[in-house]
Design a protein around this ligand. Structure first.
Ligand code: SF4
Length: 78
């Protein structure tokens, strides 16, 4: 996107639609925008959470003392 160009104009210029980035179905093995962020959460776990969210299912609260579900808390020493 060039300086001063709006998101809407850039999408139109490149023949894209906003929904393609926001709500389109995603493949488990595709590159996600957040893959460039080192957040420590396992990609498979995030995808599973995406599927649960789309199915309107919730995830039980986690306990940082014992949980290793997403990969963030494992190995962290207080
Ligand atoms: S590993 Fe930590 S952040 Fe991840 S779900 Fe478990 S308690 Fe929550």
């Amino acid at each position: 996107m060039a300086a001063g160009e709006t998101f809407k104009r850039a999408m139109k210029k490149h023949g894209r639609a906003a929904w393609e980035y926001a709500v389109r179905p995603r493949a488990r093995d595709e590159l996600f925008p957040w893959d460039v962020v080192d957040h420590g959460i396992d990609k498979r776990y995030l995808f599973q959470e995406l599927e649960k969210g789309l199915a309107e299912r919730s995830t039980a609260p986690c306990d940082t003392d014992i949980c290793r579900r997403c990969g963030v808390c494992g190995g962290i020493t207080p």
